[in-house]
Design a protein around this ligand. Structure first.
Ligand SMILES: Cc1cc2nc3c(=O)[nH]c(=O)nc-3n(C[C@H](O)[C@H](O)[C@H](O)COP(=O)(O)OP(=O)(O)OC[C@H]3O[C@@H](n4cnc5c(N)ncnc54)[C@H](O)[C@@H]3O)c2cc1C
Length: 564
């Protein structure tokens, strides 16, 4: 198959990018845009699960400057001021755009947008839809718009396993870098195990996060960090790989992924308690919070997760108590969480809700500029897979749907503009389209992450990776545990490379093809970066170091590049 731009993933970032590209291409004409997704279009990513909402300074008493300040404070010195400024400034218009497209945001009786409060926000600024089903509603509207869009082709059931590298002279495009060849498309597996290829001068990864690599997680099936592995194999720079946000309140039940109990509940006054209903964190005991920052149950996610984790190590079973603060309003205000709780035999109107920290969001990613350009020609990224300088060492709650909307749109627009303006010219900027003269498929090769058949089913090995990362790169880390993860991953990799039994077929529920190679690569990058950063910062908590206040001298990302 041929396209000019191939977008991988149908979460909010992929949808926003594809729609923006299609709209930009209307004026350019003749640009072919194809979106691939492995599961159900618009329904197989984290976006559809998002509950709390979208952070945006839409209230007259709020401002983009304040939103940017909160975002940068949460990011602990590792955000890029200009990019955060763009996010906060463009946020309100993206929300209004969604409302015009038909997103049913919740409103006050007078018609103003109803605003929720979440941890570490200094203002109520979380817009939400259908109570706590914001992600579902937003992806529904974007996906319907994409289906109506004549300039956009969509392919469901396409699991991307490889990037196709152009075999033109390495480094012939500025920014391709010595030894790095432009990306010229993707190879994918369909549900029958058949391989397909899409050749395109621009590939935009919108593959979401990597939190599924942790045993306890709220992240969906495909959040295995595939985009990170593929980009890294192509020579792209990854940054901030150690920064994983652990949400303090996933539902503590026997489920995978764990259902999320949104932070907005604590914003409405629900409290973290022990089994006898006694508050775990006394907000007054923290002393005065820094200006504009929250404390107690609404301190930053990393802080609340850390406290809960330590309490659990001492045998405390944490719960969320919404009985008094929300009570009978629960089913109307939080219908999604209410249903999830009931499905596990918990009635949050009457019962304490059992909670646990769980891996929730990965701040690290493919290093990109403000238009989604990676350090490799032909390769772009947007959304959770990217590191655009927005979240730094810790994400401010509800900033990621917003990032997908703002930076997904910019990546889609930028891609089409670069296709029109920058190809071929040999002087193109970083991540520019692969030069047209070297497009023909016959000249390209794939970086294969496809595995040799293994003696043990991939699903078993993936479960081992997930346990290893949860235990060693979890809420609180130390050097010994991190080294253990690295040697564990080596063992798993060796096992995955052992020749399998002849004729062994794919197992029921098996991990997708090549998943172990990709998981090991991403896990190794996370553990190595976490080992290298030997002080606590943002979401990265080291029990074997002092807590470092963010300072200019520390404000540097760890960078990862695959050395093969
Ligand atoms: C339970 C939960 C609740 C959340 N609540 C909020 C919230 O209230 N507000 C907020 O701002 N954020 C929230 N987040 C985070 C937010 O949902 C995500 O960060 C954001 O939606 C990511 O969007 P995305 O488009 O980058 O990725 P996703 O929405 O995850 O989409 C990724 C896409 O890539 C596809 N993909 C993955 N691998 C491959 C592959 N190899 N080949 C092809 N396609 C692939 C996936 O199937 C999917 O289509 C929540 C996250 C979770 C898990």
């Amino acid at each position: 198959m041929e396209a000019d731009l191939v977008v991988v993933g149908s979460g909010v970032a992929g949808l926003a990018a594809a729609l923006a590209a299609a709209s930009e291409a209307e004026f350019a004409g003749g640009i072919r845009i194809l979106l691939l997704t492995p599961g159900r279009f618009g329904g197989d990513g984290a976006s559809t699960l998002a509950q709390g909402g979208i952070a945006a300074a839409v209230d007259p008493g709020d401002s983009p400057a304040l939103h940017a300040l909160d975002t940068r404070r949460a990011g602990a010195g590792l955000t890029v001021a200009e990019r955060v400024g763009i996010l906060a400034a463009e946020g309100p218009e993206r929300v209004r755009e969604l409302a015009r497209m038909g997103v049913r945001f919740d409103r006050e009786p007078g018609g103003a947008l109803a605003l929720g409060l979440e941890g570490a926000h200094s203002r109520r600024r979380i817009v939400h839809a259908l109570g706590d089903r914001t992600g579902w509603e937003v992806t529904r509207v974007l996906a319907e718009a994409a289906l109506r869009c004549p300039g956009l082709r969509i392919l469901e059931g396409a699991h991307v396993t490889d990037l196709i590298l152009n075999s033109g002279p390495a480094g012939s495009v500025t920014g391709g870098g010595p030894g790095r060849r432009p990306v010229a498309g993707v190879r994918y597996l369909d549900p029958d195990g058949e391989t397909g290829e899409v050749h395109a001068p621009l590939t935009l990864l919108a593959t979401g996060g990597a939190c599924r690599l942790f045993l306890r997680t709220t992240a969906p099936h495909f959040a295995l960090g595939d985009g990170l592995a593929l980009a890294s194999r192509a020579g792209a720079r990854l940054e901030g790989m150690e920064f994983v946000q652990f949400h303090p309140t996933a539902l503590r039940v026997d489920a995978d992924p764990l259902p999320l109990v949104t932070e907005a509940l604590r914003g409405e006054g629900a409290a973290l308690v022990d089994g006898s209903g006694r508050r775990l964190f006394d907000p007054d005991a923290d002393g005065p919070a820094p200006v504009g920052a929250a404390s107690g149950d609404l301190a930053s996610r990393a802080e609340v997760a850390r406290r809960l984790w330590l309490a659990m190590q001492e045998g405390v079973e944490p719960f969320l108590d919404a009985r008094k603060a929300i009570g009978t309003a629960f089913p109307d205000r939080f219908p999604g969480v209410y249903r999830l709780c009931l499905a596990h035999g918990i009635d949050p109107v009457r019962d304490l809700v059992p909670v646990t920290p769980a891996a929730h969001y990965h701040m690290g990613g493919v290093a990109v500029d403000a238009w989604g350009r990676s350090t490799v020609a032909g390769l772009r990224a947007a959304g959770e897979v990217a590191s655009a300088g927005i979240h730094g060492a810790n994400r401010l709650a509800s900033n990621s749907l917003l990032e997908g909307l703002v930076y997904g749109k910019r990546a889609g627009q930028g891609a089409v503009r670069d296709l029109v303006d920058g190809c071929p010219d040999g002087r193109a900027p970083l991540g520019s389209p692969a030069p047209c003269e070297s497009r023909p498929p016959a000249e390209s090769r794939a970086i294969s992450l496809a595995p040799a058949p293994t003696a043990r089913p991939d699903a078993d090995l993936l479960a081992e990776v997930r346990t290893l990362l949860w235990e060693g790169v979890g809420v609180v880390r130390d050097a010994r545990g991190l080294r253990g993860v690295l040697s564990g991953l080596e063992r798993i990799e060796a096992e995955a490379n052992r020749p399998g039994q002849p004729g062994q077929g794919p197992e029921e529920g098996a991990a997708p093809s090549g998943a172990i190679a990709r998981a090991v690569l991403v896990g190794r990058a996370m553990a190595t970066a976490a080992l290298a950063r030997d002080v606590s910062l943002g979401s990265h908590l080291r029990s074997d170091s002092r807590v470092e206040a963010p300072s200019r001298s520390m404000a540097r990302h760890t960078l990862a590049r695959l050395v093969s």
